[in-house]
Design a protein around this ligand. Structure first.
Ligand SMILES: Nc1nc2c(ncn2[C@@H]2O[C@H](COP(=O)(O)OP(=O)(O)O)[C@@H](O)[C@H]2O)c(=O)[nH]1
Ligand SMILES: [Mg+2]
Length: 318
């Protein structure tokens, strides 16, 4: 397993099974009884892709490219089509692939500071718990800070995750200034010579402006302690909300600089195609994906593996 990463193909395939079933169910229906791939079939495929969450432009684009590729192909079987679709979709994900060498970066900074943002309920706190676990498993010392002081129970929830992951936490009081918690967290991380700092934030304030101002303030305070901090600002998006998640992500990207995305809840949804749309529209690397509620269910995002799992119709255990 690569440093700091967590990846399991079977789990990924299982997580994407609803998305796959929906897509392939429809595709199979279209293809059945057709001896060869003609223009009608391509048009039906185009409709299916448009109705999935891949996105309108991407769907049109992909069919265009598939048509071109097929022109040059003798083999126009269903298998071949899937191969071409997979290749095209993989390219979209690879275009914005993350270039961060996380191991080297952490070595260089120590503590490497990650701020986690996103609207309420998308999975920030849970994701921080899982991330802490992954880093800890790689032998790193992690400190997490609970800067969601807006919700009374947020602190306890993060505390439970810190306990599960076996890492230190700097807790807060309800209503406390989030940036002061962020400040204390960095101080503690420095004192303890931690490798990685993860900071949880609130996702709901009275207005969008309040939320964005608060995030800027947290960033300013972090910089006061460590002029390079935060190394990363990761936006968490709930993949099961499809288009809604995309809209939220665009709003965040307008107001705060993001270094990467985490897409959660890809298990149990048929809207997994949204990953391609988020990637092509936001042009920000996807760093991790959530495929379950457990501590082991945050995977490092791998474009090739994702495209492969997306199109793999074999059972999960093969
Ligand atoms: N199925 C599933 N549930 C998740 C995932 N990530 C988070 N959740 C659930 O989403 C809910 C909200 O998560 P939470 O971390 O409290 O969201 P926050 O408000 O952004 O901090 C919880 O019930 C989590 O268990 C995931 O990858 N898969
Ligand atoms: Mg939370």
């Amino acid at each position: 397993m690569a440093f700091g990463s967590n990846f399991n193909m079977n789990k990924l395939k299982k997580g994407l099974s609803k998305t796959r079933e929906k897509l392939f169910g429809k595709i199979a229906e279209t293809m059945t009884g057709r001896a060869k791939l003609d223009e009608d079939t391509l048009e039906s495929l185009e409709e299916i892709l448009i109705s999935s969450d891949i996105g309108f432009d991407t769907a049109l684009d992909i069919i265009e490219q598939t048509r071109d590729s097929l022109m040059a192909e003798k083999d126009r079987s269903e298998e071949k089509i899937f191969e071409i679709l997979e290749r095209r979709l993989r390219k979209i994900l690879q275009k914005y692939e993350d270039e961060v060498e996380i191991k080297e970066e952490i070595e260089k900074y120590k503590p490497y500071v990650i701020l986690v943002v996103g609207v309420n309920g998308v999975g920030k706190t849970t994701t921080i718990g899982k991330l802490a676990h992954n880093f800890k498993e790689s032998g790193l010392k992690v400190v997490i800070g609970s800067a969601d002081t807006f919700r009374a129970a947020a602190n306890e929830q993060l505390d439970v995750w810190a306990d599960r992951a076996g890492v230190k936490i700097v807790t807060s009081k309800h209503g406390e200034d989030p940036s002061s918690v962020a400040f204390d967290t960095l101080q503690q991380a420095i004192r303890e010579k931690a490798d990685v700092v993860l900071i949880d934030t609130a996702g709901r304030l009275h207005t969008k402006n309040n939320l964005m101002e608060e995030l800027s303030k947290i960033k300013r305070v972090l910089k006061k302690v460590l002029d390079y901090a935060p190394n990363e600002t990761l936006l968490v998006i709930d993949g099961s909300t499809g288009q809604n998640g995309l809209v939220q992500a665009k709003e965040f990207a307008k107001y705060t600089e993001l270094s990467g995305l985490i897409i959660t809840k890809l298990d149990g949804t048929a809207k997994g195609g949204i990953v391609f749309q988020i990637c092509s529209e936001l042009k920000i690397p996807i760093r991790y994906i959530g495929v379950g509620e457990g501590i082991n269910d945050l995977q490092t995002f791998d474009p090739s593996a994702f495209a492969k799992a997306f199109f793999d119709r074999r059972s999960n255990d093969e």
